[in-house]
Ligand binder design. Structure first.
Ligand code: AMP
Length: 114
């Protein structure tokens, strides 16, 4: 079952985060429980519960999240490559009900994932 939306508290400043990007549509910050030397989350400011809730109106926003992730990958030294992950709902391993991209890198990443 998805937990409460801790990312909203980061957006409102109620709880701290190590921000690496902040603009009018999204923010990005280091994951509190990193799974790789670089593990950053890119989240929209607007709450979209999960990937399955996306509509055609969200296309530009989702594109923006990806452009920001690519910029952060360059800034964080991931020239050798990286992985973007979106966990969707309970069976997909999502725990926070606020759409987010995981940007992972800095070590070899195996495939398939668990
Ligand atoms: P997911 O399981 O795809 O929903 O990913 C949620 C991610 O949020 C996990 O990788 C958590 O480690 C991360 N996370 C949860 N709470 C915080 C927090 N307060 N600050 C930063 N990352 C968090």
């Amino acid at each position: 079952m998805l937990a409460s939306n801790v990312f909203l508290k980061i957006l409102t400043g109620e709880i701290p985060a190590r921000l690496v990007h902040d603009d009018e549509r999204c923010v990005a910050f280091h994951d509190a429980n990193p799974q790789a030397p670089v593990h950053v989350l890119v989240i929209p400011r607007r709450v979209i519960r999960t990937h399955a809730d996306l509509t055609p109106e969200d296309a530009a926003l989702v594109g923006h999240l990806h452009v920001v992730a690519a910029k952060l990958a360059r800034e964080l030294g991931l020239e050798a490559g990286y992985r973007l992950v979106v966990n969707c709902d309970d069976a997909g391993g999502q725990t926070v009900p606020h759409l987010h991209l995981h940007l992972l890198g800095g070590r070899p990443l195996g495939w398939p994932p668990g």
